[in-house]
Design a protein around this ligand. Sequence first.
Ligand SMILES: NC(=O)c1ccc[n+]([C@@H]2O[C@H](COP(=O)([O-])OP(=O)(O)OC[C@H]3O[C@@H](n4cnc5c(N)ncnc54)[C@H](OP(=O)(O)O)[C@@H]3O)[C@@H](O)[C@H]2O)c1
Length: 306
Amino acid sequence: MSRFLVTGASGLLGLNLCMQISSKSEVFGIVNEVSLENTPFRVIKKNLLDLNEIKFLIDSINPDTIVHCAAMANIDKCESQPGLAYRINAELPGEIARLSQKLGIKLVHISTDAVFDGVKGNYSETDVPNPLGVYAKTKLAGENLVKDNNLDAIIARVNFYGYSVTGQRSLSEFFLNNLLNKKPMMGFTDVYFCPLFVNDLVDVLLEMVSVDLKGIFHTLSSESLSKYDFGCRIAKCFNLDQNLIKPVSVNDSNLQATRSLNLTLQTQKLSSMLNRKLPDQQTGINHLFSLYKDGYPETIKALGNH
Ligand SMILES: NC(=O)c1ccc[n+]([C@@H]2O[C@H](COP(=O)([O-])OP(=O)(O)OC[C@H]3O[C@@H](n4cnc5c(N)ncnc54)[C@H](OP(=O)(O)O)[C@@H]3O)[C@@H](O)[C@H]2O)c1
């Protein structure tokens, strides 16, 4: 049975990953502030700001694979605490990369589509990043430190949605919660992205590990759309009232940190390595709906309800 160490196991990606792989693998999930209970995987509570902690964990767990999902992912928090953001988003992955290379452990480092400025869109892996805010700058610094320390690592640039332990973490939850409560909300018509359903993302990441990919990969949906259209697609699939979503420009919002407008990224490099197309939007949203009908959001939330 292969052994996984997953950081950020209370987060949107980390928790879904741990849940999905725990029946076939031995999983050690690292959390920080959020407590999890009754999980089908081992949970360890550690603040990884202390780099000695990660060394201790890797030495004692001795995993085959590390999936590093932990990050300071709140954009506004990164703007107000840039030093802390650098330590978590750059120094920590750099150290994990160094240790994993030394010990021959496969590393999957999770990065972001936001390393690009979103001016031209349709970015490939050979385009030069130009991150706009503190979050994106520290994530790019993290990618570079991972590359410098571990040439065998997978660096997955992602954007995803799905069900989280708080029920409020992802963009799909924002739209769904408001639609289900019949509350009007805004949807940006001029912000484009290629989000992948998190449970489909997990499958893709595992495939990337199984064929031993190395380097940077745009690990996203093969299809782009605006945030407004994304909300409307969810409304339609769940048979909810899409008129509750008001189409607006991002310039009409009061968001603090700068956002990249066109984060459409090409996925051809990854799809040719995996010999398959990455999921399109309808596939992801249909999967979101089928897990909703199966009660999966409640299962996920119950892990944090205590
Ligand atoms: N969500 C997206 O669409 C998106 C888009 C692009 C890139 N990403 C990247 O994908 C990865 C996962 O994102 P996510 O949305 O799943 O994140 P998230 O829900 O915000 O979770 C972040 C995780 O990091 C952990 N963490 C933060 N500081 C820590 C520390 N000092 N020590 C130990 N753990 C710490 C948190 O633990 P506690 O909660 O227990 O404190 C939590 O488990 C991140 O690298 C993020 O940059 C996400």
